[in-house]
Each structure stands twice: as structure tokens, then as C-alpha cells.
Design a binder for this molecule. Structure first.
Ligand code: ZN
Length: 162
């Protein structure tokens, strides 16, 4: 299961639709070939939870997140900032038409851009913040990039523990 968690945050293409759950396979014609981001793990590691690129309105039933079998995905193992993004939890802010995804430090309920955001629990875990997600907060992404630059300058690979 640990190996699977390293795939959360990776970009993926839906390559085929042979082993995924029936509900996902029902939309195979629409899903195969789409680009997505792995945002979680479901069914005890059997499936990846992916979030499709694009707008909710374009998706079947307005659903952007689908459980897809790992073997139906082509995953690119290049995280944008290895060791950086995964220490921030995903927090959602409401009030706008669509929930924006903010980066929330592990010990806080306030995001990097200063928003009060609620962490989004999925099963037992919190979801990591994914800078490449379609609805990632641009201010949080900027702040993450600046912290990554600082970390690179000081030769660190992870943020200062507190
Ligand atoms: Zn933010």
C-alpha cells in the first residue's frame, strides 16, 4: 500500500477500461483517453481515485472523480515537487460556485494563502494537496513554489519541522 501512496499526485491517462468497477466501465467510451490526476486510493488499494481534467459540466453525471483500476491507467511517475507537495493536506474553501483546493500545513487549519479551509478527510486519511489539480488555489501553489525554492537554496529537501 505504501508504494501506491507514492502515486497519489501523479498525472495519469486512462489507457483502457478492463478492470475498473462496473460504474466506471459504463462510461468507458467517454473516459478512455482522458487525462487525470491520481487523488487517492480506494477499496484498500484495489483502485486509484482519479480526478479528471476539465469542467464538472462536461463529465458524465457531473462526476469528476472516478475509481479506476491501476492496470487501466498509464501513470507518469513525475511529481511536480517530490517531497514538497505531500506534506500539505488538501483543504476546501466554500462560498464560491466551486470549491477551491488549498494547501493546508499538517498542523494547521489555515491554508498557505491565509484562508480558513477545512481539511477533506477521505476514509481514514487526509488527501494531499496536488498543485496540478484543476481547482488548486493559485496563491497556495505560488507559496508552495517559493517554499520549494527556499528549501533548494538551503539544501533542504523538506520544510523545517516545527
Ligand atoms: Zn489557497
Amino acid at each position: 500500500m505504501n508504494g501506491l501512496w507514492s502515486k497519489v499526485g501523479c498525472r495519469a491517462t486512462i489507457a483502457q477500461m478492463r478492470y475498473s468497477p462496473e460504474r466506471t466501465r459504463d462510461c468507458a467510451a467517454w473516459l478512455v483517453g482522458r487525462q487525470a490526476t491520481v487523488v487517492g486510493i480506494v477499496r484498500h488499494g484495489a483502485y486509484a481515485l482519479i480526478e479528471l481534467d476539465g469542467e464538472r459540466e462536461e463529465s458524465p453525471g457531473g462526476v469528476l472523480r472516478w475509481p479506476v483500476h491501476w492496470d487501466d491507467l498509464e501513470i507518469y511517475n513525475s511529481l511536480p515537487q517530490p517531497g514538497q507537495a505531500d506534506v500539505y493536506r488538501l483543504g476546501l474553501s466554500k462560498g464560491t460556485r466551486r470549491a477551491i483546493q488549498h494547501a493546508v500545513p499538517a498542523d494547521s487549519t489555515v491554508s498557505l494563502c491565509g484562508m480558513r479551509a477545512r481539511p477533506l478527510p477521505l476514509l481514514e486519511w487526509s488527501l494531499p494537496f496536488v498543485p496540478t489539480a484543476a481547482r488548486a488555489c493559485s496563491e497556495c501553489v505560488l507559496e508552495l513554489e517559493q517554499r520549494a525554492k527556499l528549501a533548494a537554496v538551503s539544501g533542504r529537501t523538506s520544510p523545517e519541522p516545527r
